[in-house]
Design a protein around this ligand. Structure first.
Ligand SMILES: O=C(CO)[C@H](O)[C@H](O)COP(=O)(O)O
Length: 221
């Protein structure tokens, strides 16, 4: 299976978000990654469902929405209505995550569980059957441009083994510090999808297409 690339618009030019979403779509991105922060669960603020809705016409690709908020049912429904295709929630932020994942699926969307670098993998055990995607944070969430945490590789490997053992086809997506240097080992460890902000929008390769192609192919070298 080809590695899916989900550029995070957190690193894009916020003054022209629509154009940026269209540009990564035309450059071959598989998904558009939207980081939703409310200044509580993580120490940063970004955008809400109205902005997701406003961006929806700029790409027909999968809108991969990462909620770094406490996800009450109303707000999850707002993101679903706004055009999210995948909605990922954090067990660390949600005492009712089991219900939230069921809720996301009942809205006809793909459900994701996002886990922070310090969260024991046991937190995933009751959730595997309810998750279409597991988003492994390889930095502490809140900001782009951070350094990849090497211990993430062992975590990705363990999650991949567990998914294979359970016979599931859950997508493993990895987010944080992904670039040409880190992508190969992340893919080798078992990731199916890579989120990349800085490595796409501030790429040294000079074009979004080259940046995306490089990340995608880096695991097959
Ligand atoms: O979720 C995030 C931060 O919370 C971002 O998606 C992530 O950090 C991507 O940024 P970069 O590729 O620059 O590391």
């Amino acid at each position: 299976m080809k590695t899916l690339i989900s550029p995070s618009i957190l690193a894009s030019d916020f003054a022209k978000l629509g154009d940026e979403v269209r540009a990564i779509d035309e450059a071959g991105a598989d998904m558009v990654h939207l980081d939703i922060m409310d200044g509580h669960f993580v120490p940063n603020l970004t955008v809400g469902p109205d902005v997701v809705k406003a961006l929806r016409p700029y790409s027909a690709k999968t809108f991969d929405v990462h909620l770094m908020i406490m996800p009450n049912p109303g707000i999850v429904a707002s993101f679903a209505e706004a055009g999210a295709d995948i909605i990922s929630v954090h067990p660390e932020a949600d005492p009712n995550i089991h219900r939230s994942l069921q809720n996301i699926r009942s809205l006809g969307k793909k459900s994701g569980v996002a886990i922070n670098p310090g969260t024991p993998l046991e937190a995933l055990e009751p959730l595997y059957e309810l998750a279409d995607l597991i988003l492994v944070m390889s930095v502490n969430p809140g900001f782009g441009g951070q350094k990849f945490i090497p211990a993430s590789l062992g975590r990705i490997r363990s999650i991949r083994e567990r998914i294979d053992q359970l016979g599931l086809d859950t997508i493993i997506e990895v987010d944080g510090g992904i670039n040409d240097e880190t992508a190969p080992s992340v893919i080798e460890a078992g990731a199916h999808a890579l989120v990349a902000g800085t490595a796409v929008f501030r790429s040294p390769h000079g074009s979004y297409r080259k940046a995306i192609d490089n990340l995608r192919l880096s695991g097959s070298a």
